[in-house]
Each structure stands twice: as structure tokens, then as C-alpha cells.
Write a protein that binds this ligand. Sequence first.
Ligand SMILES: Cc1ncc(COP(=O)(O)O)c(C=O)c1O
Length: 400
Amino acid sequence: MAKLNENYLNLKESYLFSEIAHRVEKYSTANPDKKVIRLGIGDVTLPIGSTMIHALHEGVDAMASSDSFKGYGPERGYDFVRNAIVEYYGRNGVSVEADEIFVSDGAKSDTGNITDLFDKDNIVMVPDPVYPVYVDTNTMDGRNIIYIDANVENNFLPMPDKNVHADIIYLCSPNNPTGATYSKEQLKEWVDYALLNDAIILFDSAYEAFITDESLPRSIFAIEGAKKCAIEFCSLSKTAGFTGTRCGYTVVPKELTITASNGTVMSLNAMWNRRQSTKFNGVSYIVQKGAAAAFSKEGMAQSRENIKFYQENAKIIADTLAKKNIRFFGGINSPYIWFECPNGMDSWAFFDYLLENAQVVGTPGAGFGKNGQKFFRLTSFGNRENTIEAMERIEKLLSK
Ligand SMILES: Cc1ncc(COP(=O)(O)O)c(C=O)c1O
């Protein structure tokens, strides 16, 4: 008889977005004349820039003739993409090498799949609130998870506690859902903690392109010592509008090693290469053509315009909350605005209140962990008209 991976019994139901959809549908069916504005989901809405679109077309055309046709590609991704990524890091003052970069179909897969490299008996540390993928993928493997509190007291940027040991640490900066972003000094403390504990930091940098404050690190590799203890996950989803096109990349430094129980020193770069070449057959040439264009000067400038547009939406949201004296986090170096529900309301109660009285949909903080219980997430990925209208409705509602 086939036996289950019984760790799946320990997964919490994936409840957040299905419950939101259910409540919105119920409300819309009962109130068909009401226009509901959705600022809940973390997906981009603006089209991909013309430089990337042109390159994607070139990729398609290459498939049409035998002299330019491409079949299976190199396992870590085409050189032209990896070299473009090396240059991109270089422009941000960080040195990485092309053979430390692995092109993938996105940061969600890589942050999940990386768990293949680690034994079940590691202690995994995740912040609460958290992007649920880190928790669910480790639960699927039966790993022990410890939570560190991200809250108002620490500006949603928890710092290491020298009395608590972890083997694997997930950090996400700029953060989903809170929008909080670590400074270089704070990340240095995490790197020092990881080195002291022989731990590995899994650093999710999916929102680095939203950083506007030049003093904030866009990569953990801007921190001395990080190459000995960190892996970085990046994505073109929010950077260049590739949420549907699918492309990301992971940086695994060659210096990063773990000693096996028999004393063999293993390179995580070599292990990840082995894992990917066994279980993954790469990103299509067409998408990689588009990805390389996203790192070109013109491509970057176009994506920057889209990000600027989302940042203006974020400012509209932030200004309204500030006007109503609501404490919020994020929104400056991040597409997410995370705020305290008014009058100490529970986040699901506030969700219903907002839906029923302003027809605006956000994401209840409770869906990201216990510390989100009284918080709410709005995203800046909506269109301008809807963002303005939603905030006018919220302002009016909270003035009553
Ligand atoms: C923190 C974080 N990491 C990773 C991802 C997934 O990125 P990708 O689209 O590259 O899989 C998301 C998407 O919402 C995210 O919020």
C-alpha cells in the first residue's frame, strides 16, 4: 500500500485567499449594484515594458527556423541572462559570479525547493507574520519551525536573539506582508548570528526593486560575511511585471559549504546545481530573452516607470492613513502597506467592515500569522482610479 507523506496532515488549510474570494463573492451576489475595489492581491496590473516584449517576440521568432531554434537550455540558465544579472548586481555595488546564479521560474519555487538540500532535523526560524510558503514547505518536510515576533515594538524587523539557536533562517526584505526593510547594520547582525550558529540565511529579495532609500541594502551580499552563510532569492515578477511570464533567479555563493556528518565538505552551489538539473529543466529560451532585456538600460528604465506608478499609489494610500491617524508600516520601499486595524479591531472583522461599508477588499493580517491578527495589508498594485476611489471611500468611512 502506498504510504502518505503524513506531514501534509499538519498543513493548515490554505484558507486566506479562498476565504477572501468566498466572502467577496457572497457580498457581490447579495449586492450586485455595488462596485467592489480589490486592493488585496499581490499581483501587478501594468503591462510589461516594450523592450522586454520585443525581446520575447525575438525569442519566439528564433524558434521558427532551424538555425536559431533552441531546445533544452543550459541548466543554470543562458549565459546572456546570468551575465546580465552579474552586471545588475555590479551596478548596485555587489559582486557575484555568473556560476553562482541559477535562473528559475520564480522565487516561490526556489524558496520552496531549496528545502531539498537540508535535513529534516534542522531548526527553522521564520518571522511572524510571514510569507506562508516558507512555513508550508518546511511543514511538508516535517521540519521544526520556531517563530520570531515581528511587531510594532521592533518595527516589524525582528533581530536575532543570541540565546535562541536556529539552523536555517528565513528573512524577507522588503517584507511581504509588512513592507518593513532591514538596514545594512541590522542585516550585519543577522549575518554575524548565522556565522556564529553555523546557520544558513535564506534571503528573499523579491521586492528589492522597490527600495528607494539608497542606504538600504537590496541584496544580503552587500553585507560582509554573507557569502559564507546566505542564499538569495530574486524575482522578475514585481520588478518587471513577470508574475505571469515567470522568471526568477537564485544566488548560491561558491564559498557556501556545509560539512556532512561523515566529514565531507559539501558545496551548496554544487548541490543546488545537482538538485535543479535533476528535477528542473530550465526556463524557456523565450522567457530568458525577455528576462535579459529586463536588465538592459532601456528595460530597467521602463520597469522603473511601472514601479514609480505603484509607489505613487502607495503614497496615496499612506497619505490617507496618515490623515486618519492610523499607524502604518511599509509603502515607501515596498508595494505593501501594513496598518493597524482601527479601534483595535480584529483583521477579519475589519475585512468585513470595509467590504460591507466601503466595498474595498484588502488582506487580513491574521492570514500571515498571529502577529497579524490586528493588522491589515493593502497593495499598491491597483490602477490609479481605483486606488484613489478606494482611499476616498475609506477616508469617508473612518470619518464617521
Ligand atoms: C516574499 C515573496 N517571495 C516570493 C514570491 C514569489 O515570487 P515569484 O512570482 O517569483 O514566484 C512572492 C510573491 O508574492 C513574495 O511575496
